[in-house]
Design a protein around this ligand. Structure first.
Ligand code: HEC
Length: 213
């Protein structure tokens, strides 16, 4: 039976598909079914709050107008909106959020992605992405300053000559020094990416300055 054409098609086409589904889908689902999914509020951490606060100091006028105070709830609100914008603006057409365990990707982007990172509201649906016109963003947080992001979203070519990334003027009320509700949200979201890792770049400086004062 296995040497007939139909047999090969069954084993190759259906059999291996079923095995892959069981090992990559069903087994992990069973393993992690008891892990509670965290809410946006629960994934707000000191690193992203630090960035959110930094944004509030840098753009006090629009921050006050759209978010009021810096706290876990307003930060979670910004993260939710940021994620929606990431989906709605199609950022995922050009950016992945998954460091693969191949091709030495970790040398360029940091730790290989782990299952536990995706167990929260902001990862539904996950933004793995399908192609990389731009760099992977899953460890983007802390890599750049907020004013860098503001100018880059306003006009990528100003910082990265020849960049194919579109400009997002509707993230701003005026120039790049006036990010609006959406601009603040997307910056907070981008600074959140990877903030759950010890390797978050700015955090070391933050810890140093905490202990000095
Ligand atoms: C047409 C493809 C495309 C789209 C759509 C796109 N980007 Fe990009 N992005 C790029 C490319 C290419 C780069 C690298 C060149 C540069 O810095 O502009 C980049 C760079 C970036 C960087 C800087 C990464 C670093 O540290 O060097 C960030 C952050 C970023 N994009 C976020 C976003 C977000 C958020 C969106 C959606 C609002 C978005 N991008 C939409 C192509 C794209």
């Amino acid at each position: 039976m296995f040497e007939s054409k139909a047999g090969i098609l069954w084993v190759g086409g259906i059999g291996f598909f079923v095995i892959a589904f069981l090992s990559n889908g069903w087994v992990p689902m069973l393993m992690y079914q008891d892990l509670k999914e965290q809410t946006a509020e629960e994934v707000v951490n000191s690193r992203v709050l630090y960035q959110f606060e930094e944004i509030s100091r840098r753009y006090p006028q629009t921050f006050k107008q759209y978010y009021g105070d810096v706290n876990e709830d307003t930060c979670a609100e910004a993260l939710r909106l940021g994620r929606q914008l990431y989906i709605g603006e199609g950022c995922w057409h050009c950016h992945s959020q998954f460091v693969r365990p191949v091709s030495n990707e970790s040398l360029r982007w940091g730790e290989v992605a782990a299952t536990i990172e995706f167990q929260n509201e902001l990862q539904r649906p996950v933004m793995f992405g399908t192609r990389r016109v731009g760099p992977d963003l899953s460890r983007e947080g802390g890599r750049r300053s907020n004013d860098w992001h503001a100018v880059h979203f306003f006009q990528p070519k100003m910082l990265s000559p020849g960049s194919p990334m579109p400009a997002y003027p509707w993230f701003f009320d005026g120039g790049p020094d006036q990010p609006n509700k959406r601009g603040i949200a997307i910056m907070t979201y981008v600074q959140w990416l990877g903030s759950w890792l010890e390797s978050y770049p700015y955090y070391e400086e933050l810890k140093d300055s905490d202990s000095e004062s």
